[in-house]
Design a protein around this ligand. Sequence first.
Ligand code: MOS
Length: 754
Amino acid sequence: MPDTRHEPIRVGIGTPLNRVDGEAKVTGQAQYAAEYPAAGLLHGVIVSGRIARGRITGIDETAARSVPGVVEVLTHRNRPHTPWLDRNYKDELSIPGDPFRPLESEEIQFSGQPVALVLAETFEAARFAASLIDVSYEAAPHNIDFEASLAEKFLPSKKRNSYHEPKNHGDADAAFDKAELRHEARYHLAVEHHNPMEMHATTVDWHGDGTLTVYDKNQGSQGVQSYLCNIFGFSKKELRVVNAYVGGAFGSGLRPQYQVYLAVMAAKHMQRSVRVVMTRQQMFTHAHRPEAVYTVKLGAEPTGKLTAILGDATTSTSRFEDNMEDVVIWGMINYDSPNMKGEYSIAPRDTYTSADMRAPGAATGMTIFEIAMDELAYKAGVDPLEFRMINYSDIDAMYRTPFTSKALREAYREGAAAFGWDRRSPEPRSMREGRELIGWGMATGLWNAEFVETSARARLTADGRLEVASATSDIGTGTYTVLALVAADTLGLRPERITVRIGDSDLPHSQVEGGSRAAASAGAAVQLACQAVGAKLLAAAAKVEGKPLGDARSLEDVTLTDGYMILRSDPSKAVSFADAMAASGLDVIEEEATAKPGLGDRISQMTKSRNVHSAVFAEVRVDEDLGQVRVTRIVNAVAAGRIINPKTARSQILGGVVMGMGMALHEETMGDPILGRWMNHNLAEYHIPVNADVHDIEVIFVDEPDPEVTPLGAKGVGEIGIISTAAAIANAIFHATGQRHRNLPITIDRLIAT
Ligand code: MOS
């Protein structure tokens, strides 16, 4: 019988479980891409180009090659042959255009472009030699200034499958023109760089038998594996990609970065193991959140009821690829208005291609829209929260489809109550303490609830241990822990008895982890695989002498607890997993399963909208003389369906809120238009919030049962925390000071200058 000396274990979905990989991480046992040992390792250091556009006219490698320990310098002149067709360079998330090919030719497309890779026996020798490479260039005219690039903006082709075209309704221009209450403004968001703690890094372990293991920092091992195999001619049996631990990524690891290309190219060329790690400065030479301008026009009746929503946004991309985001659709989805119109374009400039960064499109578009909504609320003389309620839409107002669930009302209510919103004095500059002005602002968050086909394997051994495995990634989000909880829930095992293996291209199929999809998708796959193991166990139990479980055929007939199957109809009857397996002569039960949207789900995906919602409330204290803003309180109330692990989910929201604080107040990559490069490419000058910037953050998950949205009823929470946090802060700054800032981040100089 189950060991009743212990608390009955019901650790499962909904249990706030500590990270199962926490101990491995704090003790240094968790290995990151740059930490794997490999015999005969060569160290590669990347030389970054110094001009934004033009061509290389000469490279003097003499001094570099004479440094003791240097074994090779790869440049466009001597690099190994690679295929010429663009399609060989497409990755899982490729976008229209020509993917960047490191060391391809003498052509320079952006500042910081890799122009050489120095390979040496030691890192120090490689780094020193890299500093001696002398590259000469012939510069061509370039532009990295966003405002100037707007002259070249264009309507992108809609080939990117994750891009959602705005759907217009009514006559928004006419409705705006005749609206009694109007707001129109142009907003700007600076470039941001992802800056995860772990820099992009690759260790290629060259096994010497024609196979290689590529330890790489990315968000999807199998996508990177396909990419590398297509370029370098390996089969998937020969080339394995491992990303077991990822030190944050925020989207910078969605697409393969150039260090993995260079590392594999060098390893193949040298037939040796190679490691390439980007410097922090090189982290500013690739993916970044696009710069954005967004003009919002809102028309309303005197009561505040919206009659027209118009949005026109442009975001930045490179000259070689068309990166697109969903910027203008969010306000249109969220608010009820008979007339709406969205326009979107992209503007090319001479930088690397912009990329997805935590909640791409919504972190920009919903944030800006929510500042515009705040502006109109003041014009209408309506409380900002009340203003949202007046314009609340129970259905998706743009697609005109019902939601699988939308507990945003509850999020507003519970968030407002926790924050004490009803004690707010409506007038700007009306709350003060000492020399500090106090402001309270709020905003609405909206993001997608994704579910994508994912496979998982579950393996139960006679010692009562379970391993679950899938190629999905844990980019710091808690995937290990979430999958352990789902497995624990399904088979009634303690998490200590469960091992989660992920982040390895050899494991069952998974798409790249992005869009807050892993918990719902891999979680569903693990649940299916564990259910299949459970079914096998139950069948095995029928061979136990005396058949204690009688004719129990379905997992519904038994409770699985702590390694026992207990008959529901008579809890005195139970069979242990071990006895069932022994009776059937099984050492192992192993099952693989794939969770994917079924036919019903596919129809429902066309007829229903799937979204996660939030209500963010912010308190700021502003010292007007110093221009200093402190975000003293944030309440973020999130409606995200069923929360698998309240603890790691809360951490996701906390992290998103802190990133939203960065978007509101700190993060801005500044370009030097003359040199054509990012100037503040280090953490001393690119400011992200630090502990001293972070005060009280309260996270609330409102009850939102939604069995339809995904098999587990869960909606992802990796991104919703950042969305509109910056708007709530900007709106609070207006409430504190009467200053309306339409240019994010609201840095000290901007506050003082206004
Ligand atoms: Mo996220 S920007 O989809 O990693």
